[in-house]
Design a protein around this ligand. Structure first.
Ligand code: SF4
Length: 223
């Protein structure tokens, strides 16, 4: 593993490791379809807004399942998702995804568990509304597949540190996966997100607090 990534992960483990372990326990208990819904809602917004929208959804749906989403009134869905922004598009995506899961998968994506990673990924990517990040989160969180989902924070860290300067989703993912062993990828994904939210922030990164400020090419200190 490159020393820049190793140091970032060591710092993140020390700082956020305990919380991340608790979060992983929660992830394992959550239903796959709920992960799917939360990932769709979380696009282009922050977790505070996602939580509000998810609470609203639970109020109108009771339990978040493909069946409750499919039978929900679209206007109610839109109203529930409003705090997370892009609520019309996201409501339509959720409806489409719920429809596909019910009609083509019998209401559950569990059949993906037995399939090889690439095959399961291809199937998910064919569902309208599911992009690379959403597919990879489902594969990693729900089916423990050895994939490292790349979100906006991870992309920023990879580019700033020079781990991968490409903007291409799969190039970044593959580069990181070459450096992080299969069984550590879920945790690395979560640790890197927290590091990106708290230290290598989009605006005003806290390079002074960063463990790699002496070797990072984007450090505002080393310039
Ligand atoms: S030194 Fe600054 S830019 Fe580089 S990884 Fe740390 S916070 Fe990000």
């Amino acid at each position: 593993m490159s020393s820049i990534l190793e140091n970032i992960l060591k710092y993140a483990e020390k700082t956020y490791g305990e919380n991340v372990n608790k979060f992983i326990d929660e992830i394992r208990k959550r239903e796959c379809f709920e992960h799917l819904v939360l990932t769709i809602i979380s696009q282009n917004t922050n977790w505070r807004n996602v939580r509000k929208a998810a609470e609203n959804l639970k109020k109108i749906l009771g339990t978040i399942t493909p069946y409750t989403v499919l039978s929900a009134n679209i206007v109610d869905l839109e109203r529930a998702l409003k705090p997370a922004g892009l609520y019309r598009v996201k409501s339509r995506w959720l409806k489409n995804i719920a429809y596909t899961v019910v009609k083509e998968f019998g209401g559950s994506l569990d059949c993906l568990e037995e399939l090889p990673l690439d095959e399961a990924r291809e199937i998910l990517l064919k569902i309208p509304g599911i992009g690379f990040k959403t597919a990879d989160i489902i594969l990693c969180f729900c089916f423990s597949k050895p994939i490292l989902p790349v979100d906006t924070h991870i992309k920023r860290i990879a580019r700033r540190t020079g781990i991968c300067v490409s903007k291409n989703y799969d190039e970044i993912r593959i580069k990181l996966e070459r450096e992080i062993r299969s069984e550590a990828r879920l945790k690395a994904h979560l640790l890197l997100i927290l590091f990106g939210r708290n230290i290598c922030r989009a605006r005003k990164p806290l390079c002074r607090k960063c463990p790699v400020n002496g070797i990072c090419p984007s450090s505002i200190i080393s310039k």
